[in-house]
Design a protein around this ligand. Structure first.
Ligand code: PEP
Ligand code: MG
Length: 913
């Protein structure tokens, strides 16, 4: 069998052994060189040594399979024939390159050797043939330099090591008084060749090999060897590329972009990948070799601007090649080419990387051009669902951001909790923010906090962005920001915030209130100073209504894409909203209901009343305080029912521990508050402090909260339920359909659920009797502790729907506080302990398993049980796909993630088909 193994695949003269679907064997570059040859594009002949050679090489003590040599020799024979030249010929020499090419591109990580085949004799032939002595000697000296560095290991390893070749080159240029390599004469280049060879002998003890076959085997060994070099291994670890894959090696006839002014070399895109604008574009250099374009020694020119005048023929060839490639691959291509004496040669093609913005435009355009189907446009590899965010939020101007990066303005990186880009002046307190905005309504502010609490809501609402030092992806700051559609970075642990001094320190930099910073909620990066942003046209049309649909092509493409999305998805998408304005925005983004209204957020507008309720010592006085809250709650719920106009609205009863509304911290931060409360309630300060001691919890997230509050204080549940039903009847009378769904938080026992359900139903009955109206409603529960998932069959005997609260389910299943994990999660990811932040993407093996148990258990009792998810994972594409897989009915997420969830749901459905 081993004797039959094919290790070398030839391509040339319109025919190739390989094809594009053989990437695993031939690597990306090899497979596409073969494919381009097969479809008739001009590709210099060559051959690919497969990835199996690489795996064999490492499994066999760096030996090659025995049949490799004859297969390579045979392929070189074919290359000679196609190119009409001979390897080592003293009159008509063939020169080849040797390049790596793995399955996934690993840009610049492995080695390349060019101009193989040159020696003291062939160089003369090349000079004669090209009638260009300087070119021939320059090629020779480049070859020796590359070979010495790559094959003979003479490249400097650290910044203190000497670069022998560059040193000699530099001296020669200095001596000759020239600035550029290209200004050296043939004689000077010849001198360099001799000097390079001498330094090789001196440093390695061996002569530079003059036999072309020795040269090519040296280069092949170096390329396979570079698969295991340090930087390639680091790169693979970072991008999850298995070491076992190995690289292929391509040996290919050389073509020259540096023979004179009718030659060029370049890299291009078949359409622009920043914004997606159609048309060939890219960089090129006249009279240069490939590496010169990327090396940055000479500034390349733009293909779309000047090539059409400088080389009209080549420009036209490239345009046609671009069209052929797009027709064939049905994707935008990123190519490398060389123009030799007016003829274009293709050296590489691959699917181009693009921004999210371009991804949408390209996918929609390709459908409209008839190249792909709408189903193909929706593929995850074409538009990763999260990329839609780039259309829905302001983004940093690309050039401005890279200027900030290269200018050393990056201050810190935290957890990317709310997408978008924001720039503004630092502000540490909500009250300061309000004062600034009152003076100047157009002021741009970034609220910078250690963490946020209910008090900060007013500040968050008017700030452009929110930045916190602590907390994770489901912390208060993160979920409130997302709900408000604000840019947010949390858990930025290198920030040292001093509220008293009004400063934030990062390392040795100190910024003050009023200083400008910029935060990137896509990446978690925080920059010092202003970085210019541009607004989202989709938001201008859908939310602000400052643009009409017909004025924005971006919006029109978004709309077209979302129509296809809705034709394919099975999962419904709801939103987490507590306010009518958020709900209206979510509906504009396509939300089909409210999956979670966190009622506590409404209380933050009425802190006096809730604090009175908290400080009440008896049930009577608590009821009196609750009576004051009732009308506010009723109005809030009525507003939501109206905004949702007949769509279902899930309202969760009070959840957070009461100390979130009143604690010693509040009294410390606002000294006047204690006196105000003591006057208002006519109790002493001591009484207030005693009550706060009772409320204090070390771990704020797993104590007296959720339905446990309602069990101890059923009057709170009763007030909320009454408000819900009064509002429902009121709005219903206005002629608007209502579908309230009352949701009990944090239940783990059927009995907890039943206790609360009874209070809710009693109120419904009472309100219906009082108003003479009646509305249909459901009572269901959140599944957010493991016990609820494990006993879902029991809980479903009472609950009419489930909604997975995966924020709490993650923290309780993992035993990892959602507020405190920011300090170590980065290290966990870097050390491959966990693949992703479990508060952003569902931990499928653990939390996901509990969810599956919950679904199966619940539906074993009630086969048509409606099940959704309202944790922050409901807007995360990978989690949405998982939810589709386990049969949920809907996901619920913050308003601006609704389109992302819709797209992810369509992708899940299409992948399942
Ligand atoms: C949850 O726990 O997932 C949830 C939605 O509730 P909250 O984030 O309000 O605790
Ligand atoms: Mg919860």
């Amino acid at each position: 069998m081993a004797n039959d193994a094919k290790y070398v695949y030839f391509f040339g003269d319109g025919q190739a052994d390989g094809a594009t679907d053989m990437k695993n064997l031939l690597g990306g570059k090899g497979a596409n060189l073969a494919e381009m040859t097969n479809i008739g594009l001009p590709v210099p002949a060559g051959c690919t040594l497969t990835t199996e050679v690489c795996t064999y090489y490492y499994a066999n003590d760096r030996q090659y399979p025995p049949e490799l040599k004859s297969q390579v020799n045979e392929a070189i024979g074919k290359i000679e024939k196609v190119m009409g030249a001979e390897f080592g010929s003293k009159t008509n020499p063939l020169l080849v390159s040797c390049r790596s090419g793995a399955r996934e591109s690993m840009p610049g990580m492995m080695d390349t050797v060019l101009n193989i085949g040159l020696n003291d004799e062939t160089v003369l032939a090349l000079a004669k043939q090209t009638n260009n002595e300087a070119f021939a000697w320059d090629s020779y000296r480049r070859f020796i330099q590359m070979y010495g560095g790559v094959v003979l290991d003479m490249k400097p390893k650290s910044k203190n090591d000497e670069d022998f070749f560059e040193g000699i080159l530099h001296k020669t240029k200095e001596k000759s008084g020239v600035k550029f390599d290209s200004d050296l004469t043939a004689e000077q280049l010849q001198g360099l060749v001799a000097d390079f060879k001498a330094v090789i002998k001196q440093q390695t003890g061996v002569e530079f090999p003059s036999d072309p076959y020795d040269q090519v085997w040296g280069a092949i060994g170096a390329v396979f060897g570079s698969w295991m070099n340090d930087r390639a291994m680091v790169y693979r670890r970072q991008y999850g590329i298995p070491h076992e894959w190995g690289t292929a090696t391509n040996v290919q006839a050389m073509v020259y972009g540096n023979l004179g002014d009718d030659c060029a070399t370049g890299v291009g895109l078949t359409r622009d990948c920043a914004l997606g604008v159609p048309g060939f574009n890219g960089d090129y250099l006249i009279n240069a070799q490939g590496e010169d374009v990327v090396a940055g020694i000479r500034t390349p020119k733009r293909i779309e601007k000047t090539l059409v005048e400088e080389m009209p023929d080549a420009f036209e060839q490239l345009q046609n090649i671009g069209k052929t490639l797009e027709q064939h691959y049905k994707e935008v291509q990123d190519i490398e080419f060389t123009v030799q004496r007016g003829n274009v040669w293709m050296l590489q093609t691959r699917n181009a990387k693009r921004t999210g913005f371009a991804a949408v435009r390209i996918a929609v355009d390709l459908v409209n051009e008839g190249l792909i189907t709408p189903e193909e446009a929706l593929q995850k590899r074409r538009i990763p669902a999260d990329d839609l965010n780039q259309l829905l939020q302001p983004v940093f101007d690309v050039a401005e951001k890279s200027r900030a990066e290269s200018g050393g303005k990056l201050l810190a990186t935290g957890i990317n909790a709310g997408p978008g880009a924001a720039t503004g002046q630092i502000c540490f307190h909500a009250s300061d923010a309000e004062a600034v905005i009152e003076e100047d309504p157009d002021a741009q502010l970034i609220l910078v906090r250690r963490e946020t609490s209910p008090e900060d809501l007013r500040g968050m609402r008017i700030a452009k962005g929110i930045l916190t030092a602590f907390g994770g992806a489901s912390s208060h700051a993160a979920l409130v920001s997302r709900q408000m559609g604000k840019v947010c970075v949390v858990g930025c642990s290198s920030l040292e915030i001093d509220y008293h001094e009004a400063t934030v320190r990062v390392g040795d930099k100190v910024l003050k209130a009023g200083d400008w910073i910029s935060v990137d909620g896509f990446t978690g990066e925080v920059f010092e100073g202003k970085v210019v942003t541009s607004p989202s046209e989709v938001i201008e049309v859908l939310v602000h209504e400052t643009k009409k649909p017909e004025e924005s092509e971006t919006y029109q493409r978004y709309e077209q894409l979302m129509t296809w999305v809705d034709e394919h998805r099975k999962l419904r998408v709801r939103t987490n909203s507590d306010q009518p304005d958020q709900a209206i925005e979510a509906v504009a983004f396509g939300a089909e209901g409210i999956g979670l209204c966190r009622t506590e957020h409404m209380f933050f507008e009425h802190l006096d009343e809730i604090r009175e309720m908290i400080l009440a010592e008896t049930q009577e006085s608590r009821k009196l305080a609750l009576d004051k809250l009732l009308p506010f709650q009723r109005e809030d719920f009525a507003g939501l029912f109206r905004a949702m106009n007949g769509r279902p609205v899930t309202i969760r009863l009070l959840d957070p521990p009461l100390h979130e509304f009143l604690s010693h911290r509040h009294l410390e931060e606002q000294p006047e508050l204690g006196h105000k409360l003591s006057d208002m309630l006519d109790v002493s300060l001591d009484v207030i402090h005693r009550r706060l001691d009772e409320l204090h919890e070390e771990n704020p997230m797993l104590g007296h909260r959720g339905c446990r509050l309602g069990v101890v204080y059923p009057e709170i549940t009763a007030m909320q339920a009454r408000a819900i039903f009064e509002a429902a009847c009121l709005v219903n009378k206005e002629g608007i359909e209502v579908h309230p769904e009352v949701m009990i938080p944090l239940a783990g026992f059927l009995t907890e659920f039943k206790h609360q359900e009874e209070v809710v139903r009693e109120q419904a009955k009472a309100v219906f009797a009082e108003t003479g109206a009646e509305v249909e409603f459901l009572v269901g529960t959140m599944i957010e502790v493991p016990r609820a998932a494990l006993t879902a069959d029991q809980i479903a005997t009472g609950a009419e729907f489930f909604s997975f609260g995966t924020n709490d389910l993650t923290q309780t299943a993992l035993g990892m506080s959602r507020d405190d994990y920011g300090g170590f999660i980065g290290d966990y990811q870097e050390n491959d302990i966990i693949p992703a932040d479990p508060f952003q993407t569902i931990d499928q093996d653990g939390v996901g398993r509990l969810m599956k148990l919950g679904v199966d258990g619940g539906r074993s009792t009630r086969s048509d049980l409606k099940i959704g998810i309202c944790g922050e994972h409901g807007g995360d594409p990978a989690s949405v796909m998982f939810c589709d897989g386990i049969g949920l009915d809907y996901v619920s997420c913050s308003p601006r993630r609704v389109p992302v969830a819709r797209l992810a749901a369509a992708q899940a459905a299409l992948e399942r088909e």
